[in-house]
Design a protein. Structure first.
Length: 390
């Protein structure tokens, strides 16, 4: 009897230790991801950019370019494209700065008109709901009589003590900083770290592209036998899912930006290139995309005092493009390769957004899709892949 109880106790302890070790390991991994988040964010961005540029490098390699030269040429062209796009955006932003007074005036006029409408509605409701009252003005209260007791209560304050000769009062200057200034000072260190790490992205992308074959073969040497084939399939699955997600979203953003730019230019909204690009790519932000995509054309219309019909048409266009992109383009270009159910997508956005802030929201879906690719190719993890899938 005692031996059976001892056996049951030992089995329970082994089961508890079997659950405790994975939980502790998961906690350690999450702590490392949070502590070194800048390094992981930089590396993940470099991997995604390398996956986007890899097809162009492979094309040049087929034309008999050495891989290092092909990687250098592709990276140089990508940097030049970003430079000219940033230069064009900067020129339009400089022009926007000159329109700030007009924007303030138009916005103040809009707020005034809305306030007048609300005040009229409030007055009309008050006249309908609150009955009229008689104009009764209360009689003014008689002043209280002055008595001897009240005269004694009125006393003069004590005189100030004399100032000794040569006394110099101490002057303290108290500097009040706004909450915005405090927030900026707190974030300067983090901003410096991000800028420092972002400077490594071009180098990482170049070395990932030029040394891709060496890195891939060296990674597979860590595994033997069937495990090597599983690792190869997992890497290919991760690359395929990440490329499908990133390239698919990029193509959708370019299409939305192009259509928005053409229509905004046709209806004479200012800075159509800038607001079209912002609206097109902001539309891809999960959940909040439709609200963020409406802001650029709406602000541009307010800045120029455009008619209400132009503003409504721009908003309707952005909403229509967003619905077409999410219901037609996204399932065709992205959803066919990235099979994640909505619950997993929402939880991944919460989790990675908590760990890595705004960068986590942008990288949550490709990271989760890559984890699903690993689970789909490893026999012991396929049940988790089915759980993550749609």
């Amino acid at each position: 009897m005692r031996s059976e109880k001892a056996a049951d106790t030992g089995e329970v302890s082994r089961t508890a230790s079997g659950y405790a070790l994975p939980i502790i390991a998961t906690g350690v991994v999450i702590a490392i991801l949070y502590w070194a988040r800048i390094v992981f964010i930089t590396t993940t961005l470099a991997i995604i950019i390398a996956l986007i540029l890899e097809p162009f490098v492979s094309l040049l390699v087929r034309i008999r370019f050495p891989r290092s030269v092909a990687a250098f040429v592709v990276c140089l062209v990508a940097v030049l494209v970003l430079y000219f796009a940033g230069l064009s955006a900067y020129s339009q932003l400089s022009s926007i700065a000159s329109d700030v007074p007009a924007f303030k005036e138009n916005l103040a006029g809009l707020i005034g008109r809305v306030s007048d409408k609300l005040q009229q509605i409030e007055d009309s409701s008050a006249r309908l709901l609150i009955p009229a009252r008689r104009n009764e003005t209360p009689a003014p209260a008689a002043p209280a009589p002055v008595t001897k007791k009240s005269r004694r209560a009125i006393t003069m304050p004590d005189p100030l003590p004399p100032v000794p000769p040569g006394f110099i009062p101490e002057v303290r200057i108290h500097e009040d900083r706004s909450p915005i200034a405090d927030y900026i000072y707190e974030r300067l260190g983090t901003l410096y770290q991000f800028i420092l790490m972002a400077s490594f992205v071009p180098l990482l992308v170049f070395f990932m592209l030029s040394w891709r074959d060496h890195i891939y073969k060296s990674f597979l040497r860590f595994f033997d036998g069937p495990d090597r084939m599983t690792a190869s399939r997992s890497v290919q699955g991760i690359a395929g899912m990440a490329r499908a997600f990133v390239v698919g979203n990029f193509m959708i953003g370019v299409m939305l930006a192009g259509v928005s730019w053409a229509v905004f230019a046709a209806i004479r909204l200012p800075y159509p290139f800038l607001i079209g690009a912002l609206s097109g790519f902001l539309s891809l932000v999960p959940y909040a995309g439709i609200v963020l995509a409406v802001l650029p054309p709406a602000l541009a219309a307010l800045a120029t005092g455009a008619p209400s019909a132009v503003l409504l048409f721009a908003v309707a266009l952005v909403v229509g493009l967003h619905l077409v992109a999410m219901n037609v383009l996204y399932p065709t270009l992205v959803g066919a390769r990235v099979h994640l159910n909505p619950l997993v997508v929402t939880f991944s956005l919460m989790f990675w957004g908590f760990l890595w802030d705004a960068a986590g929201l942008l990288l949550a879906i490709p990271i989760t899709a890559g984890l699903k690719a690993v689970c789909d190719n490893v026999a012991g993890l396929r049940k988790f892949g089915r759980f993550l899938g749609d």
